[in-house]
Design a protein around this ligand. Structure first.
Ligand code: PGA
Length: 248
């Protein structure tokens, strides 16, 4: 049985104090008995949020990383820096990074490899635009994103460390959720891709999440689907809704 994972992605929201106060206010009401939970605040808040969740089973996640070890990369954050801040998970290839910051599949692959070298847990985001869905090319697109992101990464590491999040771009922050059937169909499709690449022991182990306007009113149904092992939650992770989603 795969344990569910629910991840809160704060994106560029909450100052240090706001993140601290919010996490403090919810941490004791988050039930981690049956689900793994991770919170991904902005870089500035990582260390302080870690102090707050230290005595809980909530894990710390980062929203991004750079793949070089150190040096003249102004504005970037290395894997070692994340490790030192207590980070376990790191979101990679979020559609906002791909679209706004021109992150390519090759960069995503390098970031995943750098994270794996230090035994961190990448959460690889994949998903199609509305145009790709309507043009019926979304399955090839998702397969291509996975093939390139996981290039030269072996099955043992995929099974042990990697989570994939299916996030249809048309459902992110729009209030338009994929139906649970649509989400299940693609999460199953992703599992089949992993099965073909790495075999059944890996495809049975890897966690595949759904993300895109997950709210308490739809989370229960989404999380009940056979191939959906959790959720990547943006907007709703900034409010009390996150407690309701986790304690579903
Ligand atoms: P949303 O964001 O829940 O606000 O749609 C999801 C995400 O981008 O991870």
């Amino acid at each position: 049985m795969r344990k569910k994972l629910i991840v809160g992605n704060y994106k560029m929201n909450y100052t240090l104090i706001q993140a601290e106060n919010f996490v403090e206010s919810i941490k004791d009401r988050i039930n981690t008995n049956e689900v793994d939970v991770a919170i991904c605040p902005n870089f500035v808040a990582l260390d302080r949020v870690q102090n707050i969740i230290e005595d809980t089973n909530i894990s710390l996640g980062a929203q991004n990383v750079y793949y070089e070890e150190k040096g003249a990369y102004t504005g970037e954050t290395s894997v070692d820096m994340l490790v030192a801040a207590g980070v376990k998970y790191c979101i990679v290839g979020h559609s906002e990074r791909r679209e706004i910051f021109s992150e390519t599949d090759e960069i995503v692959n390098l970031k995943i490899k750098a994270l794996l070298q230090k035994d961190l847990y990448p959460i690889l985001c994949v998903g199609e635009t509305l145009k790709q869905r309507e043009g019926n090319v979304y399955k090839e697109h998702i397969k291509n994103q996975i093939d390139l992101a996981l290039r030269d990464i072996d099955g043992t590491q995929v099974a042990r460390n990697i989570t994939i999040a299916y996030e249809p771009i048309w459902a992110i922050g729009t209030g338009k959720t994929a139906t649970s059937e649509q989400a299940e169909e693609i999460c199953k499709y992703i599992r089949d891709i992993i099965d073909e690449k790495y075999g059944q022991s890996v495809s049975n182990t890897i966690r595949i999440l759904y993300g895109g306007s997950v709210k308490p009113k739809n989370s229960k149904e989404i999380l009940s689907m056979e191939n959906i092992d959790g959720a990547l939650v943006g907007g709703a992770s900034l409010t009390e809704d996150f407690v309701a989603i986790v304690n579903y």
